[in-house]
Design a binder for this molecule. Sequence first.
Ligand SMILES: NC(=O)C1=CN([C@@H]2O[C@H](COP(=O)(O)OP(=O)(O)OC[C@H]3O[C@@H](n4cnc5c(N)ncnc54)[C@H](O)[C@@H]3O)[C@@H](O)[C@H]2O)C=CC1
Ligand SMILES: O=C(O)C1=N[C@H](C(=O)O)C[C@H](O)C1
Length: 269
Amino acid sequence: MQNVPGLVVTGASGRMGQMLIRTIAASDKARLVGCLERSGHPWVGRDVGECMGGAALGVLVTDDPLEAFVQAQGVIDFTAPAATVEFAALAAQARAVHVIGTTGLDPVQIAAIEAAARHAVIVRAGNMSLGVNLLVRLTQKVAQALDADWDVEVVEAHHRMKVDAPSGTALMLGQAAANGRGVTLDSAMVSGRDGITGARERGTIGFSAIRGGDVVGEHDVIFAAEGERIVLRHLATDRAIFARGALRAALWGQDQKPGHYDMMDVLGI
Ligand SMILES: NC(=O)C1=CN([C@@H]2O[C@H](COP(=O)(O)OP(=O)(O)OC[C@H]3O[C@@H](n4cnc5c(N)ncnc54)[C@H](O)[C@@H]3O)[C@@H](O)[C@H]2O)C=CC1
Ligand SMILES: O=C(O)C1=N[C@H](C(=O)O)C[C@H](O)C1
């Protein structure tokens, strides 16, 4: 196991952090060498396996990112935008592949990540599952084949704890529809309708978000015309799909040149 890449998981106690730790611990293609949490978090200084209610994994949770990253070949990061920007600079300094699943990044934060990617491999995607990335390709093809008589709406549902909207996946799907149409998403996007909105403007791409319960993640891309509708749908029922994709990205990244990549690059689709 010593010759497989060593990986650090940031946000170790989070929904995705714990799923990633289990996925890496069960894999023979990588080993867990570090776990990171916020300063002051009750898990800091304790064995991560025991924190998760299982057997010790021999990895203590730290709140010092650079100390963790320098002993790793990869960092898998599903945390929060400000933390991810900080980790991108530090992972680049440590020459570790940085896999970013964090969503809700603004354009300034994305520019900071792009700057870090001049010195290191970064793989970033709003959704790491194979199914969603295939759906992105399908959405682009369908949008390319249809004209603006077909209204495009992206509808997403997530658990009650999700803090950003539209979801990263919804934005990937909206971007794919805009690419297929040959327009920019910025010019076409309409989100959060409320009140007397007026009739729908031709050519726009609408976004709606539902939040409730424990929904892992559901996305519909609706193409609606006179007398017919096409609905492309992805339903996530297990966060393991995102963790498997992220692990795959961290392994793929080991052989790449510095740059800012996405899951399409990893999957070759
Ligand atoms: N790209 C993808 O495939 C997926 C992306 N996500 C995204 O991943 C992110 C996390 O999602 P969840 O795990 O559900 O959230 P969560 O809230 O359960 O976990 C986030 C974790 O990050 C930790 N954290 C925040 N700031 C930190 C810092 N400075 N240092 C260390 N740890 C820090 C928090 O303490 C928490 O444990 C969200 O942006 C979500 O949208 C979630 C699932 C799939
Ligand atoms: O926060 C989540 O849970 C998820 N976030 C990602 C997103 O914003 O699309 C991916 C997945 O849908 C779960």
